[in-house]
Design a protein around this ligand. Sequence first.
Ligand code: NAP
Ligand code: GLV
Length: 315
Amino acid sequence: MKYKVLITFNLFKEYVNKVKEFAEVELWDKETPPDKNWIIEHARDKDGLLVSLTNKIDKEIIDSSPNLKVISTLSVGYDHIDINYAKNRGIRIGYTPEVLTETTADLIFGIMMAVARRIVEGDRIVRNGEWKIPWTPDFLLGYDIHGKTMGIIGMGRIGRALVRRAKGFNMRVIYYSRTRKEDVDAEYVDLDTLLSQSDFVVLTVDLNPSTYHLINEERLRKMKRTAFLINGSRGKVVDEKALVKALEEKWIAGAALDVFEEEPISKDHPLLKFNNIVLTPHIGSATYDTRYKMAEIAVENLRRGLEGKPMIYEV
Ligand code: NAP
Ligand code: GLV
């Protein structure tokens, strides 16, 4: 018997074909995500959903799909899925950790360097013909990275990959996490200490009720005036209104963000007016190698879940 599967995003064609080897497929193939009604309509008779983080899979969608056995997401984050509700109904959830850890850590380290050394600002100045003087001692001065303190909030897979990068840059690394780790080459501190001592406060927590707006006005005020906030986790971990205030009133030196409370961020969002902030469009895992590996795993999780076998990675 062939299973019935709904793919709710524009998955690479070769991986759609792989799903077709074991299932009848219905597919959303546009780049902008489908609305909820489209998913409800098409999920009704399906055994499996293959989703991305742009698809919010809530109770209503789950309830509308009585045969559903598996939800496989092409992401490590699963805050877009009502996990408890799905699990209570016996639905298995697949996800794609580990394969994207190093790639995402590269991007986070990259945007941290870009904002501290004003790389994007420099590029804009060159392109706009605003580079008038060959060299002057005080032009585009930024902040060192080597020898500084990185404070990692959330010592999970990506947090650990950042520790390795930071050590290569001779940084001091401190961290705060839900649980203390004995096997990490970094010093565990409480959150207030981390905020007050770090030159780079780096967010690598998952989004859950305890991390929603973890970085708020009170915590931004605890950071050094020369420190940067770097977010490669989820936009909702930071209260963006408070961050705008912090940048306007210069409580911190700047920020680098790959994720936002609303994605895509609107072009008139107040964050876009600051020069001392680097913004990237949620591309942490976006390399050819990694995205294809994620697709491979997401399809395999789906197949194994439908066949009642252990998945490669199951939530
Ligand atoms: P992970 O291994 O699960 O790490 C998350 C860590 O967050 C865990 O170690 C957990 O700590 C910690 N944590 C959770 N709640 C906390 C709290 N209230 N206070 C302090 N620490 C808390 O996940 P990962 O693979 O590193 O990925 C992390 C997140 O990055 C994903 O969930 C996703 O949202 C995001 N991400 C973004 C991109 C991108 O494109 N920008 C790419 C990949 C991932 P304990 O271990 O101490 O419990
Ligand atoms: C990306 O943000 C992911 O969760 O994989």
